[in-house]
Ligand binder design. Structure first.
Ligand code: PLP
Length: 394
């Protein structure tokens, strides 16, 4: 018997536009769907070696890239616990919620953090970092940490610019970069930018499920890990990089994620990293055109700092971004991300990273415009037309 359901059933694919987890391509889902292997046997070890080599190309580094089965938070903790000791001082640029959580973690580990203040609407304040390091005449500061793409604000920091500032002052601090939401979606160059520790995650540009974190370890950071006195065990780099060169998987690894990673690397290599960055830039620009067309403001006050992996949009005054997001989900099965911490309710975010094309972003932008009209949020019509015009001309 067919009855009317009180709760409408949502059909079709859910449009997942959080900036991680991102849409997992069917190819990756299929690649993960296979029986387990002996993780110490030759077949699996060859797969792991292939992944470690591919990850170096994604981080643009000649240094080893290690893995921990963990959320990005795990790699954050590992980085701090391996290069610093309790009581050490470090600098973290405040860019938004993620940089704040990284700072909180460092403090919980007994590290003294000098936070370089930010307003959550700009990238890391490079001049302030430089001035702060210049004042550190005794060279007490052991590390500088920056979140390359602050997912919570939709703002990209100039990671190469921070390195240049450290060098101008001639400061020996290690340089740690969180590239969790920029890796494989925006330009990141570990070696060219002399980054000492770079941290990535599986669930963003790499198009995999959450659960795996990646750490690229430069020689200065590796040397620091030999003398660090921070208690650690699971997260000890010596366990995943015993000879300092060849990454290993000393525990039982999450094999499906690694099978998926083989496919993700194949997809990125087929496309080419630079082409992948251009695709992200183009879809992000189409999104920004739509935002301008609606008459809305970006959270980024400098358009040049607006992220190509996630766009954060200010909700018109008097309208709640959370209610708007809830309507998008309930009516149209479209998932947008909300504001975090002090930005909750005032912004909504469109994740546009990973396996995405024009049809997908246009579908999303058109659905947002529909939802704005349906929920009575004042806006100019034509945002979608602006996005279409941009994509058609480019
Ligand atoms: N850093 C950035 C920039 C992020 O976007 C995230 C997660 O979204 C994290 C760190 C934390 O990663 P996880 O949630 O996997 O611990």
């Amino acid at each position: 018997m067919i009855e009317n359901n009180a709760q409408p059933v949502l059909r079709g694919r859910q449009f997942l536009h959080t900036p991680g987890p991102t849409i997992i391509p069917d190819r990756i889902l299929r690649a993960m769907d296979r029986p387990a292997l002996d993780h110490r046997g030759p077949e699996f070890l060859a797969i792991a070696r292939h992944c470690f080599a591919g990850l170096k190309r994604i981080f643009r580094t000649e240094h080893p890239v290690t893995m921990f089965p963990a959320a990005g938070h795990g790699a954050w903790e590992a980085a701090l616990a391996n290069v610093l000791s309790p009581g050490d001082r470090m600098v973290i640029a405040e860019t938004g919620a993620f940089s704040t959580w990284w700072k909180d973690m460092a403090e919980a580990l007994g590290i003294e953090v000098d936070s370089i203040a930010g307003d959550w609407r700009h990238g890391a304040d490079i001049a302030a970092i430089e001035a702060h390091l210049a004042e550190d005449r005794t060279r007490a500061i052991k590390a500088v940490a920056v979140v390359h793409n602050e997912t919570s604000t939709g703002i990209l920091s100039d990671a190469a610019g921070v390195r240049a500032a450290i060098d101008r002052v001639g400061h020996p601090a290690l340089y740690l970069v969180d590239t969790i939401s920029s890796l494989a979606s925006m330009d990141f160059r570990m070696d060219e930018w002399s980054v000492d520790v770079a941290i990535g995650g599986s669930q963003k540009g790499l198009m995999l499920p959450p659960g795996m974190s990646f750490t690229a370890i430069g020689p200065k950071a590796l040397a620091a890990s030999k003398t660090s006195r921070m208690p650690r065990n699971y997260f000890d780099w010596a366990a995943v990089l015993p000879d300092g060169k060849t990454p290993t998987l000393p525990w039982t690894p999450p094999e499906p994620l690694i099978f998926g990673l083989v496919e993700a690397l194949a997809m990125l290599e087929e496309e080419g990293l630079d082409a992948c960055f251009r695709r992200h830039a183009r879809l992000a620009e189409a999104t920004r055109r739509a935002v301008g067309g609606w008459g809305f403001a970006l959270n980024a006050l400098e358009v040049s700092q607006a992220s190509n992996s996630v766009t954060a949009i200010r909700m018109p005054d008097g309208h709640d971004a959370e209610a708007f997001r809830a309507a998008c989900l309930a009516r149209y099965n479209l998932v947008l991300a909300g504001g975090i911490a002090k930005l909750q309710g005032t912004i909504f975010r469109i994740g546009h990273l990973g396996d995405l094309n024009e049809a997908m972003i246009l579908g999303t932008l058109a659905t947002i415009e529909t939802a704005l009209a349906a929920t009575g949020v004042p806006h100019q019509s034509g945002g979608i037309n602006a996005a279409i015009a941009y994509l058609a001309e480019d």
